[in-house]
Design a protein around this ligand. Structure first.
Ligand code: F6R
Length: 369
């Protein structure tokens, strides 16, 4: 069943182009408009919501953080992301105009179930984004949008993450289309770009040799840092989580802008730091800011590993290693930039002789609070 791969995780990483493609499949009509009737939420409800709150745990929560950047930009609806267990035990401000989006691969994560129940008690509408048909979270929600990643066996989530991000993009584009805001005219363009992503994910998978060699050379590493800005921030957090879970290495993800507010004190000679570099073609000079972050940590002895777009030459002088991904729009780029980080964690754990499918102390679905 591992399809010739050494582990389920390796197989699932390679299933990712399909997971994205299948999640996109059948969700547009003949004219190219998005159709998400399956969600079974009234259009009038979706028109009236004035806030979105994503609740999820772990990797699913990082998918929600990626969604926040896209949904706020496309829909101009405030979008908060909260860990389900934190949401449940404070006094969150939600009402009938709030759309709570519960993201879960298994649909059985107790922390997320409790958040869904709490949100509904407060009168919020709850939409589940879930990979498991008929599981508890979609059953207890008002509506469901399924990811079609197929069964995920390895404990660490990979293909479900890409499918969750894809479903969130569909939701954001659908809301923009439905509400007819300023961005509505661009929905078709973004959708076309989204349909190009499975082939681009495949391109990343076709050039993994360098990251594999890097991982094998780092089997003794004690600590790894991950930096990103904008959508690269949740990608950095996810890269750190994968490394903790699989290779039992101390890892932290930071927003690169926070560096000088504290974390830069951690940087000493030889400290490996992955930096998720935004597209140089993007707005807001984010790229220039991250290049200067790379310079700052390099000057303090860090071993810098950049995940950067094809054609981005500006990072070359400052990065010890550059792992390349195809060009894409900034908001869609997490589907590409996270893949080398997943592979890095999987390879490094394998190089340490660990069981990547069943890391110690972890369960595939966490059915207790
Ligand atoms: C990380 C991982 C966990 C899950 C989290 C939520 O690799 O697998 O962090 O993402 O436990 O699980 P689901 O999505 O099933 O609710």
């Amino acid at each position: 069943e591992k399809g010739g791969f050494p582990s389920f995780m390796a197989k699932e990483i390679h299933d990712q182009p399909q997971a994205v493609a299948d999640t996109l499949l059948g969700r547009t009509d003949a004219t190219g408009r998005l159709v998400l009737d399956e969600m079974k939420l009234d259009e009038s409800v979706l028109r009236s919501i004035d806030k979105i709150v994503v609740v999820a745990c772990g990797t699913a929560a990082y998918a929600g953080q990626v969604a926040k950047y896209a949904v706020e930009h496309w829909c101009r609806i405030p979008c908060e992301v909260e860990l389900a267990h934190e949401f449940r035990y404070r006094d969150p401000v939600v009402d009938q105009n709030t759309l709570v989006v519960a993201i879960s691969q298994s649909g059985e994560t107790m922390d997320t179930i409790m958040a869904v129940r709490h949100a509904r008690e407060q009168g919020a509408r709850v939409l589940a984004i879930c990979n498991t048909n008929g599981s508890t979270i979609p059953r207890e929600s008002d509506a469901a949008l399924y990811t079609h990643a197929g069964p995920e066996i390895a404990v660490a989530s990979t293909k479900a993450f890409l499918a969750q991000i894809t479903a969130c993009y569909l939701l954001g584009l659908y809301l923009a289309q439905l509400r007819g805001n300023k961005f509505a005219d661009e929905v078709g363009d973004v959708l076309a770009q989204l349909h190009e992503m499975p082939a681009k994910v495949q391109e990343v998978l076709d050039r993994l040799e360098e990251v594999r060699a890097l991982a094998r050379s780092m089997a003794d590493t004690r600590s790894v840092l991950f930096l990103g800005r904008h959508v690269g921030f949740p990608v950095a957090m996810e890269g750190a989580l994968k490394l903790k879970e699989l290779a039992y290495i101390h890892a932290e993800g930071f927003a690169a802008g926070e560096l000088k507010h504290g974390p830069i004190a951690l940087v000493e000679e030889g400290q490996p730091v992955f930096v998720v570099v935004p597209s140089p073609r993007g707005r807001d000079s984010l790229h220039a800011k991250i290049v200067s972050n790379i310079q700052e940590i390099r000057a303090r002895g860090a071993r810098t590993i950049a995940i950067a777009e094809d054609g981005d030459e500006a990072v070359e002088p400052y990065a010890d290693t550059v792992l390349r991904v195809p060009q894409s729009s900034t908001l869609l780029s997490p589907l590409l930039s996270v893949v080398p980080l997943q592979v890095f964690a999987c390879e490094l754990a394998t190089a340490k002789g660990l069981d990547v499918d069943q890391p110690r102390n972890l369960a595939k679905s966490v059915t207790v609070e």
